[in-house]
Structure formats: structure tokens, C-alpha cells
Design a protein around this ligand. Structure first.
Ligand code: PLP
Length: 401
């Protein structure tokens, strides 16, 4: 039965990670991983998370009983408030419902299943380029057409706004448009507020369906409100929409799979049937979500002192990234590396689309053991005060060769 199965293509980010792990070069640098690293190039468990975890471990009233199918309510409600703003009118009007899901990826998958099976949507639009998993998630959930809207302009190393608008204008009615709420992955380029307004106009006019993938709230700028501006603008405008929230990056809870799937509806009475359909979708895939990470996030979001402490942690992470952007740009400009490097500091979030070609990226891996994706995307957290000179000089060499 198992004869003749084709080997599936490798997932690049994991392949690059493997190459890094196998390298014995003393100066090796991993710029591919999608996770935060300290200035010592180490993973970071947020101190506030450690604190809550030890409280949870000591709490003898907690058990390992199943959570409800749609997850922990105290988590889900607080998460939706964090996204939309606690006082958002849609919340007080009973137009928001949300459920705990398996992080950002799981939220996107349940959203896609819901859109396809329940609402019968079959076309979605993803940005070109986008996070590698978007296409697969929507295709595997049954979407028959996964199209791209233009996004990155290689010549300006910025947003191809006219191309994006034109492609959305040509999208068919009810196409789902996947938007990155902030810190676009992989480009680090976000629309301006005025550009978001125009995007909203086209989505409304063309009767498209907005879905916000929110994987970096707070992690991008250090400011939870600023990073949620786009989502809140659409909610203010009265759009019916979906947003997924990931707590992987902003809480550093990558392997705990903590996410929230938020629906904003116009008619509150639709929420009961919607939740009943979502219950079946979840039941038939993983039955119910894990508790640990959601308990941690719930404890933090529902306690003022812990919340403040957490805001300090996201400032530390986003601040270090912003520092590394400045440091890399400064060094490349000082070296006179051919090309312009202002895009490094103009971009936001964990990733920078450097503009390095696939060949240059390969050269960096082979000659310097600096590992990055062939698209030229680098994780800014892979840079540290200890390796920044090495990386800048290597990039300089790669660009000149
Ligand atoms: N969406 C985007 C744009 C991402 O960059 C990521 C993670 O890299 C995710 C979603 C989902 O991550 P997770 O499933 O760990 O929450």
C-alpha cells in the first residue's frame, strides 16, 4: 500500500535550519528561523510567562480535564479585546465572537474550513509574496483558487500599492483576501494608514471578504494599539470579517500553540449558528485545544500588573529588533555596500526582505555559514551585537561578488 509515494518537496525554512544545525563553523549565524532570539542568540522565555507558569504549577485546583471544544473563554474574550480594543463598539454590541485555536496556523485552517464548507467560498487572494503556509492552508481546506495580489515592488523595495489595488479590483465577489495585520511576512512592508483606507474601500466596493492574519501584535512596534490599527479600522467601518491571532511571537509561546479566531458580524443572532458549525469543524479535526498556553495568556491579559509586565517584555523584543535594523543599515552604509539600505530600517517586524538574491543568499551560506532563505528574507533577531560586523561584512562581500 505504501509503495510509490513521492517524496514531498522540503519546506525551505526547516531545511535551512538543518543546514545551520549541522554546520560546525564557529561563526555560523542563523537568519532563517521565525523566532525571537536574545542578544546572546538564545531563545527567550518571557519572565512574566515563567512567573505565571510557576503559579499554575502550584495551583492544585487545576486539572488536566478537557477544555470545551471552543476553548477557554477567559482567554478568548480577553484576546479579542486585545485585538479590537476593550471598548470597541462591536464588542459591546455583541457583534464579536471568538474561539481558542491552535495558534495562528490552526486559526487560519479553521477559518478556511469555515469559509469553504459553511459559506461555500472557494477563492482566496494572498499577497505576492506571503508567508509560505497561507497557500497550503487554504488549498488543503478546499479552496480551489488561491490567487495572488501584487505586494512587493523589488525596484523600490517597498509596497506595490497600485498593483495591489488593481489586483483586488479585479478579484471576483466573495473572494477572501488575506491581509497581514502588521509586520508583513516576509517583506516587513506594511501599507500606510491612508493606503489601508483605500484597501478597505476596494474590499467594500468589490464585496470581498477580509481576513486578517495577526501574528505580530505588539511584537512589531512594541505598541499593541498601533499594531492593531488596520484590524480596528476595518471593524470601525462595520466590515464583517475574520481575524486570527497568534501568541507565538508576542508571548514566546511557540510550541504551546496558543491562538484565537475572531469573527466580527453585523447581526448578533448569527453567532449561535456560527459557533455551532465551528464546534463541528473543531470536533472533527482536533476535538479541543490544549490548556497550558491559553491559561498563561489568560492570566496575563486579565491581570493589570502582569499585563504591564508583559508590555515591558514586548518592548524589549521589538526594541532589540529595531536596534538591529539600525545597526545593520549603519554598517552597510559605512562599508559603502553597493545599493541602498534604508529599506532595512523602513521595514517593520521580525523579518527584513533584504533584496539579496538567491545566489547571494547561497553564497552567504556556503562561504560564511550565514543561513537565510533564498528569497533574501532574514530574521532580524538572528543578528546580535556579537555577530553584526561579521554579517555586514559578509553581505558586503556577497553584494560585490
Ligand atoms: N501568519 C504569519 C504571517 C506568520 O508569520 C506566522 C508565523 O510565522 C503565523 C501566521 C503562524 O504562526 P503560529 O502558527 O506559530 O501562530
Amino acid at each position: 500500500r505504501f509503495n510509490g509515494i513521492q517524496v514531498a518537496p522540503p519546506i525551505e525554512v526547516f531545511a535551512v535550519m538543518k543546514a545551520f544545525n549541522e554546520s560546525t563553523h564557529e561563526k555560523k549565524v542563523n537568519l532563517s528561523v521565525g523566532a525571537y532570539r536574545t542578544d546572546e542568540a538564545k531563545p527567550w522565555v518571557l519572565p512574566v510567562v515563567r512567573k505565571v507558569e510557576s503559579d499554575l504549577a502550584a495551583d492544585m485546583s487545576l486539572t488536566h480535564e478537557y477544555l470545551p471544544i471552543l476553548g477557554l473563554d477567559s482567554f478568548s474574550t480577553a484576546a479579542a479585546k486585545m485585538l479590537l480594543g476593550a471598548d470597541h463598539k462591536a464588542i459591546s454590541d455583541g457583534k464579536v465572537t471568538s474561539l481558542q485555536v491552535l495558534s495562528g496556523t490552526g486559526g487560519l485552517r479553521i477559518a478556511a474550513e469555515f469559509l469553504h464548507r459553511v459559506l461555500k467560498y472557494d477563492t482566496c487572494y494572498i499577497s505576492k509574496p506571503t508567508w509560505g503556509n497561507h497557500r497550503m492552508i487554504f488549498a488543503q481546506a478546499g479552496f480551489t483558487t488561491v490567487s495572488e495580489y501584487r505586494y512587493w515592488d523589488a525596484s523600490t523595495r517597498g509596497l506595490n500599492f497600485d498593483g495591489m489595488i488593481e489586483d483586488l479590483q479585479n478579484a471576483p465577489e466573495n473572494a477572501v483576501v488575506i491581509l497581514h495585520a502588521c509586520a508583513h511576512n516576509p517583506t516587513g512592508v506594511d501599507p500606510t494608514e491612508d493606503q489601508w483606507k483605500k484597501i478597505a474601500e476596494v474590499i467594500e466596493e468589490k464585496k470581498l471578504f477580509p481576513l486578517f492574519d495577526t501574528a505580530y501584535q505588539g511584537f512589531a512596534s512594541g505598541d499593541l494599539d498601533k499594531d492593531a490599527w488596520s484590524v480596528r479600522y476595518f471593524a470601525d467601518k462595520g466590515f464583517e470579517m475574520i481575524a486570527t491571532q497568534s501568541f507565538s511571537k508576542n508571548f514566546g509561546l511557540y510550541n504551546e500553540r496558543v491562538g484565537n479566531l475572531v469573527f466580527v458580524v453585523n447581526e448578533p443572532s448569527n453567532i449561535v449558528p456560527m459557533r455551532s458549525q465551528l464546534t463541528l469543524l473543531v470536533r472533527g479535526s482536533y476535538s479541543n485545544p490544549p490548556a497550558h498556553g491559553a491559561r498563561v495568556v489568560s492570566a496575563v491579559l486579565n491581570n493589570d500588573a502582569l499585563f504591564e509586565e508583559w508590555r515591558g517584555c514586548i518592548k524589549t523584543m521589538s526594541g532589540r529588533i529595531i536596534e538591529m535594523r539600525k545597526a545593520l543599515r549603519e554598517r552597510l552604509e559605512k562599508l559603502g555596500t553597493p545599493g541602498t539600505w534604508d529599506h532595512i530600517t523602513n521595514q517593520i517586524g521580525m523579518f527584513s526582505f533584504t533584496g539579496l538574491t538567491a545566489e547571494q543568499s547561497k553564497y552567504l551560506g556556503e562561504k560564511y555559514h550565514i543561513f537565510l532563505l533564498s528569497s533574501g528574507r532574514i530574521n532580524m533577531c538572528g543578528l546580535t551585537t556579537g555577530n553584526i560586523d561579521y554579517v555586514a561584512e559578509a553581505v558586503d562581500d556577497a553584494v560585490r561578488n
